[in-house]
Design a protein around this ligand. Structure first.
Ligand SMILES: NC(=O)c1ccc[n+]([C@@H]2O[C@H](COP(=O)([O-])OP(=O)(O)OC[C@H]3O[C@@H](n4cnc5c(N)ncnc54)[C@H](O)[C@@H]3O)[C@@H](O)[C@H]2O)c1
Length: 237
C-alpha cells in the first residue's frame, strides 16, 4: 500500500483544527501514523495538545510531552497560520509582529526543537506551509502575511541544507486559493476574482494540499529537499 511506511511513525501537525490541518490529521491517521495535533483552538482528539504556537514556552512543552511518550518525532508539518487582510498602510507594528510570530517564528523555533531530535535519530521529514502570496506579493492578503510566507521558503532551504547530512529532508508547499476558513474574510467578489485567475477554474480542497504534503513526507520524495511545490490550479506557473 502507498504510504504504508507511515504506520507507527510519530507525526506532529500544527494548526490541526483548521481546514488543511484536519485533512492532514485524517490522512496520516488513515495510514496508521501516531498523529499528535496542536492548535490554539480546542478540538477533541486523544493526542491533541492545545496551545499558542507563537509562544516559545508552549513549543518547549509540546515537544517535551511528545518525546516523553514516544521518544521520537518522525514528521513535522508546520501548518498553523493566520492571514489578516489589512491594507498595507494600516498594518500596525503589533499586527506585523503577531503575523511574523505565528507564521514564521513558530516555524523556525518548532523546527529547531524537532530538528535536535531528528538529528539524534538520523532521519526525519519536515514540511512547511508557504503560500503563492509569498511568491508574488499578496494584495488582498496582507504584506505581513506574504512576507512571512516568503520567509518560510527561505527557512525551508536553510533547514534543508543543515539537515541533509543527517538524513533529514525539509520541503514546503505553496498553496494558491484553498477552500478553508482562512478565506472567511474574503468577499464573494474577491472569491470570484480569485477563481477567474485560476486556469483549473476552482478553489483547491484541503485534501488536495494534504495529498502533496504526504508525498513530501514520504520516501516517494526521497530525493527532494529544500523545494517549494506550488499547489494552485495553475494560478502561478
Ligand atoms: N487556504 C488557503 O488558501 C491557503 C493558501 C496558502 C497558504 N495557506 C496556509 O495553509 C495553512 C493552513 O491554513 P488553512 O487554510 O487550513 O486555514 P485555517 O484558518 O482553516 O487553519 C489555520 C489553523 O491555524 C490555527 N492557528 C492560528 N493561530 C494559531 C496560534 N497562534 N497557535 C496555534 N494555532 C494557531 C487556527 O486556529 C486554525 O485552526 C496556513 O499556514 C496558511 O497560511 C492556506
Amino acid at each position: 500500500m502507498v504510504f504504508s511506511e507511515f504506520e507507527k511513525k510519530v507525526v506532529l501537525i500544527t494548526g490541526a483544527a483548521g481546514g488543511i490541518g484536519r485533512a492532514l490529521c485524517d490522512k496520516f491517521s488513515e495510514y496508521n501514523a501516531i498523529v499528535y495535533q496542536t492548535d490554539i483552538t480546542k478540538i477533541n482528539h486523544p493526542n491533541f495538545i492545545q496551545g499558542d504556537i507563537s509562544d516559545q514556552e508552549f513549543i518547549n512543552y509540546l515537544v517535551n510531552q511528545i518525546i516523553e511518550k514516544e521518544s521520537r518525532i518522525d514528521i513535522l508539518v508546520n501548518n498553523a497560520g493566520i492571514c489578516p487582510r489589512t491594507a498595507l498602510l494600516d498594518i500596525t507594528y503589533d499586527e506585523w509582529r503577531k503575523v511574523m510570530d505565528v507564521n514564521l517564528t513558530s516555524t523556525f523555533y518548532l523546527s529547531q526543537a524537532v530538528f535536535k531530535i531528528m538529528i539524534k535519530n538520523r532521519s526525519g521529514a519536515i514540511v512547511n506551509l508557504a503560500s503563492v502570496a509569498g511568491q508574488v506579493g499578496g494584495i488582498t492578503v496582507g504584506a505581513h502575511y506574504s512576507a512571512s510566507k516568503a520567509g518560510i521558503e527561505c527557512l525551508t532551504k536553510s533547514f534543508a541544507k543543515s539537515g541533509a547530512q543527517y538524513g533529514i529532508r525539509v520541503n514546503a508547499v505553496a498553496p494558491g486559493v484553498i477552500d478553508t476558513a482562512i478565506h472567511k474574510e474574503s468577499t464573494p467578489e474577491q472569491i470570484r476574482q480569485y477563481i477567474q485567475s485560476i486556469p483549473l477554474g476552482r478553489m483547491g480542497t484541503p485534501e488536495e494540499v494534504a495529498n502533496i504534503i504526504l508525498v513530501l513526507a514520504s520516501d516517494l520524495a526521497s530525493y527532494l529537499t529544500g523545494i517549494t511545490i506550488g499547489i494552485n490550479g495553475g494560478q502561478r506557473m
